[in-house]
Design a protein around this ligand. Structure first.
Ligand code: GDP
Ligand code: IMO
Ligand code: MG
Length: 420
């Protein structure tokens, strides 16, 4: 059977931290979408590690990890991250696998992303070339990991994709062309590096499944950044929701068991786009400071606001969440009162779900309730030890979403996760 972990907000819900914890219950951990735009932070033995591309199970030496077909592999990030993990925890051969169907991010993808952001003020991307690499995949121009091992195909595809991208960046930004030969040379070096990890990911997952291995899919970004169900166009370019795990890895629906929905006790966003409960003043600054809300990939200050239940309701629904995981609960320590949006008002109408359009979402007025604050000693080891108001806050969320909160994170370290 396979379970899925997804983020229910705009990313950075502390998915990496939860996956690192829960990975102990699984044999195989799979990253299924996105690319090096993710920044998943894991704190182990007082060391902080940020993973962008590798699944968050790599720090557990007895676990296997797979990058599935729908992921974008950036050669630079891959080599850097593998080298870093190998230096910490030894060889990854036999522990890390990459589906030969995964798509490569090429230098012009990152360049166009950066040019779009700086020249035209894009959506506030991470500049990892995500939108442009997926564009070329859907345009049927992409180079996939498996192509690296067929010199004829690699040369032909690389010529086509380089020509296409050179025309675009010249026309849109007057940028000089990328040298096909230089990219080819670098890809030849990369193909030697990645070769020991490459497998047929579909065969790999199905074999694992048949052998009775337990599989965990790790989402990147968050539901509200999904290319269709997110706050379009202020989104990323993949399916971040639980069904994305199916499409982007080739696992069929009847194999899926639990869906863990991870969310912060408040909410943050990096980049542009509507954000109904955003606090631009002192409350936002307080949440940013207490939660150290600065991007793991770009270092940008994250926009901060109060927990938004219409968004959570929507996300829980789309993902089919079975288990809720609330993170950064300690950040609310001492904040009194705590505001929570229970609905939206738009043109005199009250709604419990967000509108489909980002433009309308800019205009909704959150309807707030205020909950009494609480203090935590941060020595709590189980749910029962939490302050009464803390429990009431959690129960309030459960009633509103009609789902149980099963895990409460009160710190970034592995052991600071309370099980309810
Ligand atoms: P992800 O992208 O969803 O994996 O989340 P990020 O790693 O980008 O952001 C989460 C941040 O919060 C990281 O810096 C974590 O170390 C930190 N963190 C995770 N859980 C907790 C928690 O319960 N409390 C606090 N204070 N920090 C946490
Ligand atoms: P994790 O996995 C938060 C945001 C960017 C931008 C939009 C598009 O750490 O939760 P992209 O580079 O994907 O084309 O940018 O999506 N974004 C994220 N925000 N966490 C992430 O990943 C994100 N990945 C992309 O800020 O608004
Ligand atoms: Mg992150």
């Amino acid at each position: 059977m396979a379970d899925i972990v997804v983020g229910l907000q705009w990313g950075d819900e502390a998915k990496g931290r939860f996956v690192d914890f829960i990975a102990k219950e699984y044999d195989l951990i799979c990253r299924f979408q996105g690319g090096a735009n993710a920044g998943h932070t894991i704190v182990k033995d007082n060391n902080k590690l940020v993973l962008h591309l590798l699944p968050s199970g790599v720090l557990r030496p007895d676990k296997k990890n797979l990058i599935t077909a729908g992921v974008l592999v950036d050669p630079d990030s891959f080599m850097k991250e593998v080298t870093e993990i190998v230096s910490i925890s030894g060889s990854l051969e036999g522990r890390l696998f990459v589906d030969e169907r995964a798509t490569l991010v090429l230098p012009f993808h990152k360049e166009e992303d950066a040019l779009e952001e700086s020249a035209r003020g894009g959506v506030g991307s991470t500049r990892q070339g995500i939108a442009y690499a997926y564009r070329d995949l859907y345009q049927r121009l992409a180079i996939r990991v498996g192509d690296l091992f067929d010199p004829k195909i690699l040369k032909r595809r690389l010529k086509d994709i380089t020509e296409f991208n050179n025309q675009i960046i010249a026309a849109r930004f007057g940028h000089p062309p990328f040298d096909y030969k230089e990219i080819l040379n670098n890809l030849e070096i990369f193909s030697d590096f990645i070769k020991p990890y490459v497998v047929d990911g579909v065969e790999f997952i199905h074999l694992a499944e048949r052998e009775g291995k337990s599989i965990l899919f790790e989402g990147a970004q968050g539901t509200l950044l999904d290319i269709i169900y997110g706050t379009y166009p202020y989104v990323t370019s993949s399916h971040t929701i639980s069904s994305g795990a199916l499409v982007f890895s080739g696992i069929p629906p009847q194999k899926i068991g639990k869906v863990y929905g991870v969310f912060k006790a408040y909410i943050t966003r990096v980049g542009k786009g509507p954000f109904p409960t955003e606090e631009k003043g002192k409350w936002g600054e307080l949440l940013r400071e207490k939660g150290s809300e600065f991007g793991s990939t770009t270092g940008r200050p994250r926009r901060c606001g109060w927990l938004d239940l219409p968004l959570l309701r929507y996300s829980a629904m789309i993902n089919g969440v079975t288990h809720l995981v609330i993170t950064k609960f300690d950040v609310l320590n001492g904040i009194d009162p705590i505001k929570v949006a229970t609905g939206y008002e738009l043109n005199g109408r009250v709604s419990e779900l967000p509108p489909a359009s980002a433009e309308l979402m800019e205009h909704v007025e959150p309807i707030y309730v205020e909950k009494p604050g609480f203090t935590l000693s941060l020595k709590e080891k189980n749910y029962g030890e939490l302050h009464d108001n803390a429990k009431k806050y959690i129960e309030f969320i459960e009633e509103n979403l009609q789902l149980s909160v099963n895990y409460i994170s009160i710190g970034p370290e592995r052991e600071k996760l309370l099980i309810k």
